[in-house]
Write a new protein. Structure first.
Length: 144
């Protein structure tokens, strides 16, 4: 979140958010490559409340983003989920149906197929890849 805030403050919202997205894509790619090699998923610190009824509660990251009033920037971190899943298997992605870092009460996920455009955008680090996860694209706007 701190890096994201500095990027946006120094470079402006559009360029800052583009670089945040590219950074998260790269981070997710690295995590996905680890998963493919049989190594553990890195972000083990994110969930304190655990899974219950298919929902993830008490995301530490979302709580911190909320505490600092930075949900709009903080929710960019959640792009790590589709990024790491696409790095592990480009044909599919995990996306958010609900996202605590976007202001929802919990996170839920859906595994779905990727499009050719999403795969190309991911490989080329195209900023249009942000549309890969509709819930994140909407940010803190409530869609339910």
């Amino acid at each position: 979140m701190a890096f994201s805030r500095i990027l946006v403050d120094e470079l402006g919202e559009e360029k800052g958010k583009e670089l945040i997205l590219k950074s998260i894509m790269e981070y997710g790619r690295r995590v996905g490559e680890r998963i493919k090699r049989g190594l553990p998923d890195l972000p083990k610190y994110g969930v304190n409340g655990g899974w219950k009824d298919g929902k993830v509660y008490d995301c530490v990251f979302a709580n911190i983003f909320r505490e600092y009033g930075e949900l709009d920037l903080g929710c960019f971190y959640c792009y790590v989920d589709p990024a790491k899943s696409m790095a592990a298997d480009p044909a599919s992605k995990f996306i958010h149906k609900d996202c605590a870092a976007c202001g929802d009460d919990f996170c839920t996920f859906d595994k779905t197929s990727t499009t050719e455009k999403e795969r190309k955008d991911f490989v080329s680090k195209n900023k249009d890849w942000k549309d890969v996860d509709p819930r994140l694209t909407q940010g803190t706007k409530k869609v339910h």
